[in-house]
Design a protein around this ligand. Structure first.
Ligand SMILES: [Fe+2]
Length: 135
């Protein structure tokens, strides 16, 4: 069962960004499914690495789009991205060191981590970027 379900509420009205956010939703659900059926740490670690890798790609793309279009809150969003990246990386380091496990608390954290990113920061650029012709 998915822990996050994509809905229009999560749309930022920019095609490429929406599809990247959907991929992040899929990766979090994939991790949740793997955890639920008791998959081993090798598989969980692989999905976590994919999640971190894709997060970095996504943030870099978003930063490029914001910068190219002169988004006024670029610096604020960049700081937020750096913080979010650090949070998942720290978890992955603890996981690799055997000091953390993928649990329902971690899944809830990741769910909120992604929803907050989309709902609180990304949704704020929709109007500005749409007004620049970015859809
Ligand atoms: Fe985003």
């Amino acid at each position: 069962m998915p822990i996050i379900t994509w809905s229009n509420d999560l749309s930022v009205n920019i095609k490429e960004i929406d599809s990247q956010h959907k991929r992040l939703v899929d990766l979090i659900n994939e991790l949740h499914d793997a955890m639920s059926v008791g998959k081993g740490n090798a598989i969980l670690g692989k999905i976590l690495s994919d999640l971190i890798g894709y997060t970095k790609t996504h943030f870099a793309d978003e930063e490029r789009i914001m910068q190219v279009n002169g988004y006024p809150d670029f610096s604020k969003n960049k700081l937020e991205h750096d913080k979010l990246t650090k949070e998942v990386e720290e978890f992955k380091n603890q996981f690799d060191a055997g000091k953390a496990v993928v649990s329902i608390e971690i899944m809830k954290f990741l769910k909120n981590w992604l929803s907050n990113h989309i709902m609180k920061s990304d949704k704020q650029y929709t109007q500005f970027l749409n007004s620049k012709g970015v859809f």
